[in-house]
Design a protein around this ligand. Structure first.
Ligand code: FAD
Length: 333
């Protein structure tokens, strides 16, 4: 009887992922991560994985991550983020494909539309998800909360579900499949707002998307020394960031400030140079995978949160690190 009860409650998962693109139309790394997540859920529960992308130039690449059906729109109107039109199109595909699970990334755009979608679809919506969905008597997922200091287990109440997956919590799992690729043309109403132009502050990798972030604090003494952070970031192909006082002092732009009141970082590698590791700063980097700290003070709190630490003067350590990395790259490239 118990077996049957469980079986009856066991949902077949028809999944839609919303696969985001960058400004050049290439799928973001997050798109492959949520495809990997969805593909594992579907292998365990049955059902198909569908992906929706807008104007993606490399949509077919999702077939390497277990996506059965790739739906790519070519609508010019969807080139710029528009919450109401994005939500409308995603809802349309979700309903047409008779899905019961929508998987989003944790990008700011996806989080923005998640709330709208949960109303349009009438779904349970859980953000910052770090576990697979248990599918049985009760459906639950685990999410990060309190700036990644606590885990919360959430029970899904509705039959339809939206999960926003925390960046880097699952990684990429290749699973090549034969996918059906479909082009779709949405009927899109006129936008409520029109984007007239986008002026990017920089062409460099953004903190939110970066796999590697090199961050500097007040220990670097002044903006004239930021070439150390920039050069290290450049040789590693990463983004630059800073602590709050650094941006408050005007040494760096506010967009680079990491922490409780700044940007969260979920990179694979976070290098903190001359940053003490105050709790408000750590709140923004808790979900980064590997943390490396360079600090003259062996008692700096950041060392307790670090995976690797160098007790030393940044002005001596960082140039040596850059040289060694350049040597390494020259041999290995
Ligand atoms: P400091 O605390 O001055 O530390 C500098 C470090 O550099 C020291 O550990 C020192 O040993 C080391 N150092 C000095 N010289 C060298 C050298 N030559 N080589 C290597 N190391 C050296 N802060 C944030 O970052 N993000 C936030 O979001 C944030 N939000 C806040 C919100 C509130 C409500 C409050 C009250 C504070 C907030 N803060 C935030 C500020 C936070 O409390 C700290 O003051 C701040 O993070 C300290 O910045 P820092 O580590 O760069 O500077």
């Amino acid at each position: 009887l118990i077996y049957y009860t469980t079986k009856l409650k066991h949902y077949n998962m028809e999944i839609l992922i919303f696969a985001e693109t960058d400004d050049k139309g290439n799928l973001k790394k997050d798109a492959y991560e949520i495809a990997s997540y969805a593909s594992e859920i579907s292998s365990e529960n049955g059902g198909n994985v569908n992906a929706l992308c807008f104007n993606a130039s490399n949509a077919e690449s999702l077939s390497n991550y277990g996506v059965d059906k790739i739906i790519n729109s070519k609508n010019e109107e969807l080139k710029n983020f528009d919450p109401s039109n994005y939500s409308k199109c995603i809802t349309e595909v979700f309903n047409n494909e008779e899905c019961n699970l929508l998987v989003l990334s944790s990008s700011s755009n996806s989080k923005h539309i998640g709330g709208i979608l949960s109303v349009l679809i009438d779904a349970s919506y859980v953000t910052n998800v770090i576990s697979k969905l248990t599918n049985g008597e009760k459906m639950t997922v685990v999410r990060n909360t309190f700036t990644n200091k606590a885990f919360e287990t959430v029970e899904i109440i509705k039959n339809k579900i939206i999960l926003a997956i925390s960046k880097n919590s699952f990684g990429l799992k290749e699973k090549p499949v034969k996918s059906e690729v479909v082009e779709i043309n949405f009927n899109i109403p006129e936008s409520r707002n029109k984007v007239k132009s986008i002026d990017r502050a920089t062409n460099k990798v953004t903190i939110a998307d970066a796999d590697i972030v090199v961050s500097g604090g007040r220990g670097l003494k002044g903006p004239e020394n930021w070439h150390l952070v920039e050069n290290l970031a450049e040789v590693l192909g990463g983004a630059t960031a800073c602590s709050k006082p650094v941006s408050d002092l005007g040494w760096r732009p506010h967009g680079e400030h990491v922490g409780q009141t700044g940007k969260p970082v979920s990179s694979n590698l976070y290098i903190a140079i001359g940053i003490s590791g105050a709790i408000q700063h750590l709140a923004g980097v808790n979900s980064s995978k590997v943390k490396v700290v360079i600090n003259t003070d062996p008692e700096a709190p950041f060392f307790k949160a670090a995976d690797y630490g160098i007790v030393g003067d940044a002005f001596e350590v960082v140039p040596k690190l850059i040289d060694k990395l350049k040597e390494f790259k020259a041999v290995n490239d």
